[in-house]
Ligand binder design. Structure first.
Ligand code: CU
Length: 130
């Protein structure tokens, strides 16, 4: 009887570990201004299949992500965020998407014009980091 209970507990613990193993946690930089940006950015990130949580901080411009890395990766999430008008450290949004943002959400884009060019982007893609 006791053994049965113990093995059930062990099984449960194993299940918990398995769930966590499938989840990757990352922090990414996303440019934006206000609470509306936050809602938009998080909605876009959460819409990506495999993303379990997304929380963007408007002060630090950092988004905390948790996702199933067998289903998605940081690149896909960044692309989804860029698509709704918000630049990330790797994927930039199109001028068209940016121009559609409400006035208060038009973050200062000059700050996001940085060193990441396409070649570097590809290099990052193949890094063993992920
Ligand atoms: Cu905004």
């Amino acid at each position: 009887m006791k053994i049965k209970v113990l093995s059930l507990v062990a099984l449960f613990m194993f299940g918990v570990v398995a769930v966590f193993a499938a989840n990757k946690v990352e922090k990414i930089k996303v440019y934006g201004n206000c609470g509306m940006c936050k809602a938009r950015i998080e909605k876009a990130a959460k819409a990506v299949d495999g993303v379990t949580s997304a929380s963007w901080n408007k002060e630090t411009k950092i988004m905390d992500l948790a996702f199933d890395d067998s289903k998605t990766d940081v690149h896909k999430i960044k692309m989804a965020v860029a698509k709704v008008g918000h630049d990330t450290d790797m994927h930039k949004s199109s001028d068209e998407a940016y121009n559609k943002l409400p006035g208060c959400c038009k973050y200062d884009r000059t700050k996001t014009d940085m060193k990441m060019d396409d070649k570097k982007d590809m290099k990052m893609d193949m890094s063993p980091m992920k």
